[in-house]
Design a protein around this ligand. Sequence first.
Ligand SMILES: Cc1ncc(COP(=O)(O)O)c(C=O)c1O
Length: 466
Amino acid sequence: MNDVHLADADALSSMDGGAFWHSPGEAAILAKIASQFGTPTHVLDMNRLRQNYRDFKREFAAGGLDCTILYSVKTNYLPNLVRALKAEGCAADVVSGYEMELALELGFPGDQITFNGPHKTAAELERAIDAGVFINLDSIDEARRLNRIAKDRDRSIDVGLRLNPGVAIYRGADPTYNKMAERAAFESKFGYTVPGGAAEAAAAEISALSHLRIIGFHCHLGSQITDVDAFAQSLERLFAFAAAFAVNNPLERMNIGGGFGVDGIRRERLGPLRGLLAFHGCDNLDAQSEGFPLRDFAAAVSSLRDQHGLSGVQFYCEPGRAIVSDAMALLAAVSSVKETGGASWVIVDAGLNLMPTIAMHEDHGIREVAPSDAPKTRFRVGGPLCYEGDILSAAKSLSDDIAEGDLVLIEDSGAYTVSRATNFIRPRAAVVALEDGEASLCWRREEFADVFSFSVSPGQPAIGSR
Ligand SMILES: Cc1ncc(COP(=O)(O)O)c(C=O)c1O
């Protein structure tokens, strides 16, 4: 059965504010989902998803920034989720041919799709221009490739160009981290860097191509950005560049990318110095979790826009995480609890193959679905995968008497999990969507036959066919 009615969820679905799992009835609902669909299973709260989109839109408008919102499909490409955002009026940002196909299949008109990313094949470029998809170029080679296609079709194509303002947008208390962040920002592989002249040279070279016309610029500076000043400072450089370009060229689009941080994630910002201190027992990992004041940011950007005379230009942004992060949580079950090596361990059935963000220094909330009254203990939370690094957290406070079979919730699993999961050692998880008191399967669990269906052995029966 792919659906289950949750009588007690009816009241919850009308709740304002947080996702349903911050409500008093969450434990019963999650227990029902676990028994019906098994674990590990992501639970997607459709109401929360829609609310996040509406909040995002409202905050940008309140800050005075009229901006077309393109949902970043790679952040979470679940068709049901993308469809729901489309119904809210959202457009799409795609970074590969198959994401573009998905957006077209879900009914986005071509002119509501923007194609970004550092690699676009000739076939993908052809498909994009035939469908009326807007392309942000990432390199001169890509521009030449597109120009040849446009010439063959005797068409002139309006394009955007990705720029890199070269400003570090991540800062921490560790000066060695900040030095690395500055260097990484300048040397990014994406687009062309403004300081140093690479962007100006690339724009000139692309403008000289016979069948392309640059009408916009794009940037995307990173993800889980929490520093509004650094973000605005980066855009200032970009806007100055765009304003200079606009003196002799048409400028119609300005795309400021995504990256807006969320409250539920803490990113560790460790350079060699703090890494060394942590190694020697210093517990302060300098993780940041301030979220992102969208309204203040939008106000800062709209004032920069006006200062640089760009008020006639259409603005675009590409949020991913800000829309989906806390709309989903991963429900897992405790497999074992043990004391070893001086540490208390809880091993759960969801690993880093499902939560790759944790391996990228993002700390997620992990809590028991039905905590007991027992005192709390600091546990290490390990995943089920057979390698040392499969650790979900080095320190979480859980009930002292937590036991095999208890359910835990790994919060904020909406971004970069389903679309980034691997089947290393264990299969990818199911996703259950909650809507109007119903929990229904919207992405099935991967199975043995799925994984080995890629095997090609002439003369042998297909693996999984027995
Ligand atoms: C080009 C582009 N746009 C938008 C996003 C979405 O970023 P976020 O989820 O941090 O908002 C990404 C993700 O890295 C991206 O590469």
